[in-house]
Design a protein around this ligand. Structure first.
Ligand code: NAD
Length: 476
């Protein structure tokens, strides 16, 4: 079924693979950062805010360099890089700068009668030295926004960007020290083996963003040093379209997000379950909107590398569904046409694996309950989307489907709301970040109880009198 095409107009040539040279000092980076942490210089609010200011300046001044690196790594245009990398990172910086003074404040807690007199509080203590491991698909947003939480919490940090976005990895390693405390925040470049070598040094926390299979290897590596992990993983994020939905609005929102970054977005709509009664009309809407959104664009979208291209081309070749539109691939420019597949078998690779490319399967379902049953028969998704006019139905579906996050009448936008936690559940991940949640992920919640030395009632200590036992049983 896969058809060869000639490379289309304005197609970006894939960048030649760039070998990443080992980062000097990588083998002692944790010991070095622990020494910096021990000086306590990352503790004061002023240091934390200075790092956030530095990150803000980095985004403002380096946007053109970031866009250039992203064009080479992913073939992405400058506007999409601004939207995908800068907007979300800036939102994280802004909310942290605005609220950090409040976030770091210890929280008072009430005491049970027996503990009086005294006071209790929760302190947010930095964890120490933490690791952030990034993927290639949004290599700035997905390293710098966790960094916001990590520095807001007062940690020293190692960032390990993906070797599959080599220009961006090199850029981050070069420019980050110009904007932040380069002795406390280090970039170590490298691949999977390099990441495992880092993990073997032992961290106080590691936040990983990437695929579920590599996530397991991260957890294995981290277990050897009891490094706690936050895993931001992938999976298939479904969309349910009910018969009362505005089909054209749904099609426009779904395709807009699906086609960003050539579908290589963790929370991109992966497949559609649409009520049978509106399926033909919805497919017509998808066709129409796709033509509108792609007007003046190349026919096909560039995929990150040959391996991912071959994987996606294989999905197209092996599916038993019918191609509604698109379906062409071009090996020379590793590009794939935005493709809608009607009724693939649930066992087709395109329906069992995370797609992570510009391919959108559409399946008909009898009703909302059938959609819920379909989704719940599979691993828990990172995100779940519902389009309907009925608030009550949307709420019911969201309650009935366990997922990392959920959006009603749009897709993916929850990721740009920094007051919401972001993360997966089950196979789509563990732990959350963004906004205050990022600060807490990189903090230890320390329970502190302060007692007075007097009074010191003798009756609470042994040997217990019968009266003391009775009294203590009553009050404890
Ligand atoms: P990946 O898992 O291949 O790689 C991510 C990172 O892991 C890279 O830095 C890589 O160097 C490192 N790595 C690779 N092999 C390793 C190993 N054996 N041991 C230790 N580290 C290793 O992920 P990717 O291909 O860069 O990104 C795509 C995946 O990430 C998709 O599944 C996508 O859904 C997921 N993702 C999730 C989120 C999220 O926020 N939940 C965001 C973006 C991407």
């Amino acid at each position: 079924m896969t058809r060869a095409t000639t490379p289309s107009k304005r197609q970006t040539k894939p960048a030649a693979a760039v070998a990443i040279s080992p980062t000097p000092g990588a083998d002692t980076v944790v010991a070095d950062l622990r020494a910096v942490y021990a000086t306590r210089r990352t503790r004061p609010l002023a240091w934390r805010l200075a790092q956030l200011d530095g990150l803000d300046r980095l985004l403002a001044e380096q946007e053109p360099a970031i866009a250039e690196a992203m064009a080479a790594d992913l073939g992405r245009n400058a506007y999409d890089t601004w939207f995908g990398e800068i907007v979300g990172t800036k939102a994280e910086i802004d909310i942290a700068r605005k609220n950090l003074k409040r976030w770091v404040r210890p929280q008072r807690r009430s005491l049970p009668l027996i503990q009086l007199p005294g006071s209790a509080r929760v302190e947010f203590e930095p964890l120490g030295t933490v690791l952030i491991i990034g993927p290639w698909n949004y290599p700035v947003f997905l390293t710098l926004s966790p960094l916001v939480g990590a520095v807001a919490a007062g940690n020293t940090v190692v960032i390990k960007p993906s070797e599959l976005a080599p220009k961006t990895s090199e850029l981050l390693a070069r420019i980050l020290p110009q904007y932040v405390d380069g002795e406390a925040i280090r970039v170590v470049e490298g691949d999977g083996a390099g990441t495992q070598a880092l993990l073997a040094q032992g961290f106080d926390h590691a936040l990983f963003t990437g695929g579920t299979e590599i996530g397991k290897k991260i957890m294995e590596g981290a277990a050897k040093t009891l490094t706690p992990v936050t895993l931001e993983l992938g999976g298939k994020s479904p969309v349910v379209i009910l018969s009362d939905a505005d089909l054209e609005v749904a099609a426009r929102r779904i395709l807009w997000v699906k086609l960003l970054n050539s579908g290589q977005t963790c929370i991109a709509p992966d497949y559609i379950l649409v009520e049978n009664s509106v399926k033909p009309a919805f497919i017509d809407a998808l066709r129409k909107v796709l033509a509108e959104l792609r007007a003046g664009e190349p026919d096909a979208q560039r995929i990150v590398n040959q391996r991912q291209f071959a994987r996606l081309a294989g999905y197209l070749e092996s599916t038993s569904g019918s191609v509604v539109t698109g379906g062409c691939t071009d090996a020379a420019s590793i590009s794939i046409e935005p493709t809608i597949i009607d009724e693939p078998a649930p066992t087709d690779a395109v329906m069992t694996e995370e797609i992570f490319g510009p391919i959108l399967p559409v399946l008909g379902v009898a009703n909302a309950e059938a959609a819920v049953a379909f989704v719940n028969s599979r691993p828990k998704p990172l995100a779940f989307y519902v389009f309907t006019r009925s608030r009550a139905t949307a709420d019911r579906l969201i309650r009935d489907v366990p997922s990392g996050g959920a959006v009603v009448n749009h897709v993916a936008m929850h990721c740009l709301v920094p007051s919401l936690p972001f993360g997966g559940v089950g196979a789509s991940g563990m732990g959350t970040y963004h906004g205050r949640w990022g600060f807490e992920t990189f903090s230890h919640r320390k329970a502190v109880l302060t007692k007075t030395q007097k009074p010191d009632l003798r009756l609470q200590y042994p040997p217990y009198s019968e009266f003391a036992k009775k009294l203590l049983r009553r009050v404890l």
